[in-house]
Design a binder for this molecule. Structure first.
Ligand code: DGL
Length: 267
């Protein structure tokens, strides 16, 4: 059983990728809709939530945990790995960093993400270790999450804001851009249009799904079983609006199951 968690429903972009690449596995997803957003919260708070979410997924029987949330992947991984040392974790930052390294020619890479992701400097540290010649230029893009959740995917306002966020990165001459947030793949086309053809995009949902698939194929204990195939989605708060957002991210109608926040906190 594959456990996936996110601050909300944006992490379903990762689930969508997993579903296209894997058959015969049960996926359980937890979206922390009661405590979303994570992207404006402190690293300490996000780490505490990430521990609780992981405990909940493990309690349900998850054998691997995918941290679909970019903010949690940027801030909580060392504590998560220490706290649950036996659990194989997958996060979105490392595979995105590797992909960006493989794509860049001029070693100038851009990053957009939530404020907390950018402030964590996780990418700066990883690039410095892997290739000190890499120049990373980051810009927080906090308005994009609410615009996407409102479904304003092609509105002129969204186009203008995307353009504005990309200007300082383009001025630095980046040739690669990391879409450092669960939501951005939904407007990938628009971002590509505003970035221009010369800039290559890194979609973390694709990269993390590839690393999960590779791990599963290499580990015989994760045998596919078509009878187990399926997706179960839990949320810590439920409104009709969340149902609509989930449908947008997953591309189809889904049932959301509400779990009390106390159950997460006390998992
Ligand atoms: N899931 C978050 C991320 O990928 C975006 C939404 C939030 O701020 O909680 O960083």
């Amino acid at each position: 059983m594959i456990g996936v968690f996110d601050s909300g429903l944006g992490g379903l972009t990762v689930v969508k990728e997993l579903l296209t690449k894997l058959e015969g596995y049960k996926i359980i997803y937890f979206g922390d809709t009661a405590r979303t957003p994570y992207g404006t919260k402190s690293a300490e708070t996000v780490t505490r939530y990430a521990i609780e979410n992981t405990k909940f997924l493990l309690k349900l029987g998850a054998k691997i945990v995918v941290v679909a949330c970019h903010t949690a992947s940027s801030t909580a991984m060392s504590v998560l790995k220490q706290t649950f040392s036996e659990v194989p974790f997958f996060e979105v930052v490392t595979p995105s960093m590797e992909k960006a390294l493989s794509l860049t020619k001029n070693k100038k890479i851009g990053l957009i993400g939530t404020r907390t992701t950018v402030a964590s400097k996780v990418y700066d540290k990883l690039f410095a270790k892997r290739d000190p010649e890499i120049k990373l230029y980051s810009n927080p893009a906090p308005l994009l999450v609410p615009l996407i959740e409102e479904g304003w995917l092609k509105k002129p306002e969204t186009r203008k804001i995307v353009k504005k966020y990309l200007i300082p990165l383009k001025m630095r001459g980046i040739d690669t851009l990391i879409l450092g947030c669960t939501h951005y793949p939904i407007i990938k086309k628009l971002i590509q249009e505003k970035a221009g053809k010369r800039i290559k995009l890194v979609d973390p949902s694709e990269e993390v799904a590839l690393s999960v698939v590779k791990y599963i194929k290499e580990n015989p204990e994760f045998k596919p079983n078509l009878q187990l195939n399926g997706l179960e989605i839990f949320v810590s708060d439920l409104t009709p609006y969340f149902g609509k957002i989930a449908e947008m991210f997953l591309g189809r109608k889904v049932e959301l199951k509400k779990v009390a926040l106390e159950e997460i906190i006390n998992a």
